[in-house]
Design a protein around this ligand. Structure first.
Ligand code: P1T
Length: 389
């Protein structure tokens, strides 16, 4: 990268990328190779085997690390692979404190994968930073939060939790998938690691599953590098190319996601069939002030609860999700196209019903990933679907 810029819009396009040394190609080539020819045993150019090093993956890792303001990035085959690899840095007997509102798949990794290795987890309300401090034990190695959380869009004060973690020498991992570095930069607020599902906004076109972890901590970087290679849950060079290509337009896409989401949220809040809208950009959000302090903008995700129609709230939600035409009823988020889903039945089905109820993932809760189509079309689509009970 020739630019010295610290501007994210510029870094998104240039960081980690050089003209191809062979041809000068401006676009990073897809190095579709599993191995590299050596002049003799051990006499190589820094590339031995593609699980360990691949130039397309390295370009992506450097690009995303620059965007998050970290020194090193590690790309993975999915967001879940990224999380699982981070969790492998822990040992039997270690303890984790995690926010209690998480993507269902992350919760499932904690409960059904990591716990079986003798690692204990305490869940706390991520909106109360002191709760993290109170839950810490001598064996606690890691705190894990999403902010905004999936699906309830609760915010966690990263700087305050980071302070608590630092005092006790505990790592803080922040899943920044919903914000992207364009809207929130956890490392600058004191987090040890940033985790993403690159499947979402970073790629932005709903055609890749991927993940990344970024850190500036040398010890964590060394260990993560070891586990990335040893476990081997790495992305293909084609997927790396696609995420790298998607990231170039991240800045402009996020602007439109936020603009549209803000309008959709305000419109939903005024609708008679809607009981409650959860969007950090609305003054009605309990942590609206923290949103203004911590996030550059409130993001593209909107959650809302529908009132019972002629039948139940569940039936109204089901009818709505079967009726939208532009908002596709689908899991995932962060692509250019708008998606809508029912967390209790879809993305968070792996969370036991009693836990869901306690958290507020109710039958009437709907989550929308507001895309970058024309906002009038999006609102008309929601209006027609909400009219059906
Ligand atoms: O799907 P995958 O790339 O493995 O990423 C997992 C993941 C991690 N973190 C957050 C905050 C996420 O939202 C996800 C995946 N989420 C969905 C598929 C979803 O619809 O919420």
């Amino acid at each position: 990268m020739k630019t010295q810029s610290k501007q994210l819009e510029t870094l998104a396009i240039h960081a980690g990328q050089m003209p191809d040394p062979t041809t000068g190609a401006i676009s990073t080539p897809i190095y579709l190779t599993s191995t590299y020819v050596q002049d003799g045993p051990g006499q190589h150019k820094g590339y031995e085997y593609s699980r360990t090093q691949n130039p397309t993956r390295q370009a992506l890792e450097a690009n995303l690390a620059a965007l998050e303001g970290g020194s090193t990035g590690f790309a993975f085959a999915s967001g879940c692979a990224a999380a699982t690899t981070v969790l492998h840095m822990l040992r039997s007997g270690d303890h984790i404190v995690a926010g209690d509102d998480l993507y269902g798949g992350t919760y499932r990794i904690f409960e059904r994968v990591i716990k079986q290795f003798g690692i204990d987890i305490t869940y706390v309300d991520p909106t109360t930073p002191t709760a993290f401090g109170e839950a810490l034990r001598p064996s606690t190695k890691l705190c894990w939060v999403e902010t905004p959380t999936n699906p309830l869009l609760k915010l966690c004060d990263i700087a305050q939790v980071a302070e608590i973690c630092k005092r006790k020498n505990v790592w803080l991992a922040v899943d920044n998938t919903f914000c992207t570095p364009m809207l929130q930069r956890p490392l600058a607020l004191g987090a040890t690691m940033v985790v993403h599902s690159t499947t979402k906004y970073l790629n932005g076109h709903s055609d890749v599953v991927g993940g990344v972890v970024i850190t500036s901590d040398d010890e964590v970087a060394e260990r993560l590098g070891f586990f990335q290679n040893a476990i081997g849950a790495v992305p293909s060079p084609v997927d790396c190319f696609l995420v790298l290509r998607g990231a170039k337009t991240l800045a402009v896409r996020m602007e439109r996601h936020v603009e549209n989401a803000q309008k959709v949220a305000a419109w939903l809040e005024a609708h008679a069939a809607v009981e409650r809208v959860i969007y950090p950009g609305l003054p009605s959000h309990p942590q609206h002030a923290l949103c203004e302090k911590q996030m550059r903008a409130p993001g593209g995700m909107v959650a809302f609860v529908v009132k019972p129609g002629k039948k139940s709230a569940l039936e109204r939600a089901r009818t709505m999700l079967a009726s939208t035409k532009l908002f596709a009823c689908a899991e995932s988020l962060g692509g250019v196209e708008s998606l809508i889903e029912h967390p209790a039945i879809m993305t968070h089905a792996s969370i036991p019903p009693a836990v869901r109820q306690k958290l507020g993932i109710t039958d009437g809760l709907i989550r929308a990933s507001v895309g970058i189509e024309h906002v009038d079309d999006l609102i008309a689509d929601l209006a027609a679907a909400l009219d059906r009970e």
